[in-house]
Design a protein around this ligand. Structure first.
Ligand code: GLN
Length: 302
C-alpha cells in the first residue's frame, strides 16, 4: 500500500496547474496550490500516507457528511420531508431548482441541503458549534481539531449566494432558524481544519457499518451508514458525480478546500488533498489520485 501511495505521488505531477484554487472565499486562496497529501486508514488500524499529510486544510463541504449523519440520528425519516435524495445535476451553490421544487433541496450535499441539515442541528442543541466540533473530534480521535475562524469570517463576508439560499428556503417554510445564525454555524463547520490523516480516520465509521473502529462506538446504525454511503455515491461530487463514479468507483465527498474522502465499506477510508479544483469545484489532482489508487489497488465497490 505504501508503495502505491508513493507511486501516485510521482504519477500525479503532470496534473498540477490544470485546475484553479477556490477564490470566492478569499482566505482559501492563500493556500499553496501545489500542496498534496493522501492517507489510507484501514478498519483494522493500519495507516499509510504520502505528501503533506500533517498539513491542516479547510474541509468545507466534507463537513456536510458529519452534519447529515447527526441530522439523520436526530430526525430519522422525518428528515426526508425537508430534503431530497436525488443528484442535482447543478452546481453546489445553485438556486435554480429551489423555486420549482418548493424550497426542498435535491440532496443534503448541495449547499441548500446542508443548510437544512444544519438547521436541524441548531434546533436540537443549545450549542450547535460545540456539538458538531465534538462529533468530528470524537470520530477522528483528535481533540485538537478546531474551526478556522478566519476562513469562517472570510466566507461570511462573501456570503451573498448562501444567504440567498437560506432566505429563499425560509420563505418556503423549510428553515426554522434565523438565517444569520444558520449561516454562521454552516460557515463554521465548513471551516473545520483537518489533515488527510484526521479526515480518513473520521470517515472510518462509514467503512465499518457505522461503528468507529478505534473506540468501538456506534456512531450511526448499519442501515444509516449504508444510506450515507449511497448518498455520497449519487450526490457527493455535485454535477461531477457521474464522471467521478466512472473513474474512481467509490462513494466520496469533496470540498472546495481541495479535500476528497472516499470509503470502501469493509476495508478502508482514503482522504486526499490538493487545492486546485476542476470546473465543478472538486479537487482535480485529488480525483486523479483516487482514480490511480482504485486502478493500482484494484479495490473499488464495483
Ligand atoms: N462553504 C462552501 C460554500 O458554502 C462549501 C462549498 C463546497 O465545499 N463545495 O460555498
Amino acid at each position: 500500500m505504501q508503495e502505491i501511495l508513493d507511486r501516485i505521488l510521482v504519477d500525479i505531477q503532470p496534473y498540477f496547474g490544470m485546475g484553479e484554487v477556490a477564490d470566492y472565499i478569499p482566505e482559501l486562496a492563500k493556500v499553496n496550490p501545489k500542496s498534496f497529501a493522501m492517507t489510507v486508514e484501514t478498519i483494522d488500524g493500519k495507516s499509510y500516507s504520502c505528501g503533506e499529510f500533517d498539513q491542516k486544510f479547510s474541509i468545507q463541504s466534507i463537513s456536510k457528511v458529519f452534519v447529515l449523519s447527526m441530522a439523520m440520528e436526530l430526525l430519522q425519516d422525518q428528515l426526508w420531508e425537508r430534503v431530497g435524495r436525488e443528484p442535482s445535476g447543478t452546481a453546489f451553490n445553485s438556486l435554480v431548482q429551489l423555486e420549482t421544487e418548493q424550497g426542498i433541496p435535491r440532496n443534503p450535499f448541495i449547499n441548500a441541503g446542508a443548510l437544512v441539515t444544519t438547521d436541524t442541528i441548531i434546533q436540537h442543541f443549545s450549542n450547535p458549534y460545540k456539538e458538531i466540533l465534538s462529533f468530528v473530534q470524537n470520530l477522528s480521535q483528535n481533540f485538537d481539531i478546531q474551526f478556522d475562524k478566519r476562513v469562517a469570517l472570510s466566507e461570511f463576508q462573501n456570503s451573498d449566494r448562501n444567504s440567498a439560499l437560506a432566505h429563499f428556503m425560509k420563505s418556503f417554510g423549510n428553515i426554522e432558524s434565523d438565517p444569520m445564525t444558520l449561516l454562521d454555524v454552516y460557515f463554521h463547520h465548513c471551516s473545520i481544519a483537518m489533515t488527510t490523516q484526521d479526515l480518513a480516520k473520521s470517515f472510518l465509521f462509514l467503512a465499518n457499518g457505522g461503528v468507529n473502529p478505534p473506540t468501538g462506538e456506534s456512531i450511526v446504525s448499519k442501515l444509516k451508514a449504508k444510506r450515507v454511503n449511497s448518498l455520497m455515491l449519487t450526490s457527493g461530487l455535485y454535477d461531477n458525480v457521474g464522471d467521478f463514479a466512472y473513474r474512481v468507483g467509490l462513494p466520496a465527498k469533496s470540498g472546495v478546500g481541495g479535500g476528497i474522502v472516499a470509503v470502501l465499506p469493509g476495508e478502508f477510508s482514503v482522504a486526499v488533498w490538493s487545492p486546485e479544483l476542476n470546473l465543478s469545484g472538486n479537487s482535480l489532482v485529488g480525483t486523479k489520485a483516487l482514480e490511480l489508487f482504485t486502478s493500482y489497488t484494484e479495490k473499488s465497490i464495483f
